[in-house]
Design a protein around this ligand. Sequence first.
Ligand SMILES: [Zn+2]
Length: 406
Amino acid sequence: MSDVNNLYYFIKSLCPESKYILNMIQKKGPIDKNTLSNITKHKMTKLNRLMQPLEECGIILGNGEGNSTGGRKPILYDVNTRDYYIVNLANVTTQYTISIVNLKAKCVAHRIFPMTKELTPDEYFTKAMSVISELMEEISISPDMLIGVGISAFGSVDRKEGKISKQSVIYISEKWIGAPLVKMFSEALNVPAVLDIMSNAEMLCHYLYGGNYDVKRFMYLHSAMSIRSAFLSSNKIIRTTNDCDDAFGHMTVNFGGESCKCGSYGCIDAYSAIPAIINQFTLKLKLGRVSTVQKPIEEIEFVDIAKAADEGDALAGEVISYAASVLGQGLVNYINLLNPDIVLLSGIIVRNCDLFCDVVTKTALKRLNKMFDNVDLKIIRNDYTMNASTICGGVIFIEAMVDGIV
Ligand SMILES: [Zn+2]
């Protein structure tokens, strides 16, 4: 991708002050110049000069009318949500989402498909290209209105090479490892593409567009088929070795403990992720324990155990509490190292099980309160008002374009 006329490269070529103004308009717009001048500390003449290339390329538009204190009403500026769009490709273990996102990080059209172990990157590419055309037709946009692609993938990525890298546990087809996703989509759609791990992309969605998280250090903890995490500090993503999203999940909490799919022993994942919970629950049933879950053992799913636990089933409660207490202990280690202001709990386990969330939170806070006098940390449960997988590619693309949080 070397087309210098592309909007992404044009914005990237601007001075940091112009990019910062664009970032503020994108986040805080509609916004007038006086407010922008207060935020950026630029005098009006300089602000006008810095905003000029943004207006000329059409990425911002002056529209609407602000509150006036008398005289002419000020023009309000915002990003152009009419002429520019981003393709979002979000892949997790259970499903993949293809959507079109506008510059305010709003999804305007989307499709969700189940992810299977058989699906190869080539088949995915063919399917995604056809769905992208379908979505563009649905919302009546032409190819020149697409400015880029944001891809988020589960596991571990090589952002520089634009590929999925070797992962500690692979749930999808092994053919994905090394597949040049960025090159494939960038060449086919003739726009730039960016790639990041799913947990970083989801964290940015929640931090920037979710709750009003006005904090410096933010941790995102995703509990589902595996335990994944992401962390940001002072508007920078703190990246793990090789950009792995399951580094926290494979932290050893029990030396020589349960064997883990990664080949190691005693990892948090081996106790707290969905496969471990199902395994423990069904194992105890086979050993003669009883439960209100009335299903053949091989058909028991996580949601059955979660529901039973929340309804007071003793065995389900015991299994969930143990899984959650291990995660809570691991979380304390992490909190002590990185000192987050907020930990946001998310993922299928968190969504479906109150008991799991209660035990994780209580375990972590109890130990922290024993260690320190003033624990100023909030552990919050995702309220699921946002479907991050429909926008996350758009969010990482916008952040890369304005040199925001990367
Ligand atoms: Zn492991």
